[in-house]
Every structure is written in C-alpha cells, then in structure tokens.
Design a protein around this ligand. Sequence first.
Ligand code: HEC
Length: 284
Amino acid sequence: MWNVSGVRPLAPLGAALLAACAGNGAGLDANGQPIGAGGAPPPPLTADFKSIQDDILTPICTHCHSGAAAPEGLELDAAHSYALLVGVPSNEDPGRLRVKPGSPDASYLVLKLEGSPGIVGAQMPFGAPALPQATIDVVRQWITNGAPPAATGSTAAVGSAAVASPDSTSFAVTAISPRDHSRLSGPPPRQIVVAFSHEVDASLLNETTLRLEIVAADGAPPVALSARLAEGNPSVVLLTPQRALGPGGYRLILRGSGGGGLADVNAQSLDVDYRSEFTVQGAP
Ligand code: HEC
C-alpha cells in the first residue's frame, strides 16, 4: 500500500496483517530463536548487506514486505531490498531516506527499527518484539560504512541472480516499483523507483528517455517527472511525479532502442524500450 499522508487505519490494518502473518516464523531469527529474547545478535550477523539480508530482512521482514502489496511499496526480499532501501526516500516521511549512506541517525530504516519518536506509524517489525539493539547496531554499522551492496553481487544484481559479474551483462532494467500491472489501493505513490543492472548515466535522464503517460488519455501530455539517481546507489533512478497521481492507469516508458535512449556510465545503451503499467485505485 502507498500512503501519502493523513489518516491511516493502523489498528485494523495491523490486526489483519498479523493474522495473515501468524505462524510463519515472524519474529524468529535465522536459527529459529525469538528475536528480542536475548541481548545479542544472532551469531552469523555481520555488517555487510548479504548478512543483513539473510539474517534479518528475509527471515523477519518479507512476510509482509514482499510482492505488489508490500507496505509503502517497500519490498525487502533479496531481489528488491537494496534497490528500494539505499538512497530512496521513505514513503511515510519523504524528507528522509530509508537508508542514507554514512548516516545511520538520518536513516528512516534505523528510526523504524528503534521506534524513534519521529516516525510515522509503528516500530518495525510490525506487531512483533523489537530487534535487540545489538542487531540494530549491526545495521547501523553497515550504514556508517557507506551502505555498500553485498560483496558477491547476487543480492545487488536485482532480478538477475544468475548473473556472475554485473559488468559482463547488458544494461537492463532489473526492478520497477510500483510493479508492472500492480493496482495500488489507498493514496497514490509519491515516487517510482527504477533499478538497473549498472550505474546509470545521469545526463541522459530527461523527458524523452523517461515518460509517464496516462493510459486512458491518449494524446494528453505526459505527467511531468523529476528524475535523479538515488544517493549512494547510482544504478537506481528515482522518478517523482510533479503532481499527485489521481485515480487511473499510468504507463511508464523508458526509452532504450533507436538511439537517444538511456545508457550506463560506459555508454552501453538500454537494449529495448521498457513499459510498465500501474493503476491508482484511489482511497477506498
Ligand atoms: C506484520 C507485518 C510487517 C512486518 C513483519 C514488518 N513490517 Fe515494516 N511495515 C509494515 C506496515 C503495515 C507498514 C506501514 C505502516 C507503518 O509504518 O506502521 C510498514 C512500514 C515500514 C517502513 C516504512 C517504509 C517507508 O517507505 O516509509 C519500513 C522502513 C519498514 N516497514 C521496515 C521493516 C523492516 C526492516 C522489517 C523487518 C525487521 C519490517 N518492516 C517488518 C508491516 C510489517
């Protein structure tokens, strides 16, 4: 769900989510031990993204944060988490980045895990015991270190886990949020996140290479977008519509083929045009 502001039906929503999540191990660490029971992090946890993914995000967060209906559009499975966390604004508090490389205190992810007074909504993991501070401190350390991607590349190469070396592959789109064909209930998305297999040439981000069309209104001007690279995460492009997206269908077009399209920093062009559609259903 995408929330912009205002009233959020927290209690009923939480109850429904908890019911949906019951009995599948939420709140357990990688060894099946309850998180929060002891003061120490689970033994394998280290301050690199692969460990954070395997020991925290996958076992504890993906019960809720996966798929097209992930809360706040935040998918935390290994194929999406890095692209949607690092340098990407929070949907609840767009003035803050989910992860601000080098600055754990300014990272909304940390604030949500610690239940800081400034957060919107609940402490994470939702409805479960808070993570031990020692576990959160490992996340903090990873952010202090600059929030680098997983060393092996498999976690960072979103959607293309079979790829051995990212640089040997073609320049391609690896993830888009909101997902293709998703139907978004509640308030419209504030941002569209597009992840690529390589670092993007920011000088090619413009109204020709990136367009957001209104599906039902052929011939209408596209929705104006501002585009920039995510801070510290230059293979991710953040697109911000310059006006709130009303209910209806939207089609994102990323220009690749035919010259004048998007390219990576080594001037390798996007192989094809990408199209992705989503529907804003509006508040129920
Ligand atoms: C039981 C379901 C559930 C679990 C498990 C869960 N979350 Fe959430 N999360 C939500 C819901 C619902 C929201 C939106 C409402 C709120 O923030 O209270 C949310 C919001 C968030 C946000 C804010 C995103 C934004 O863009 O503003 C972050 C960050 C977050 N969760 C991180 C986590 C992390 C990290 C974990 C695992 C440690 C986790 N969540 C586990 C349900 C869950």
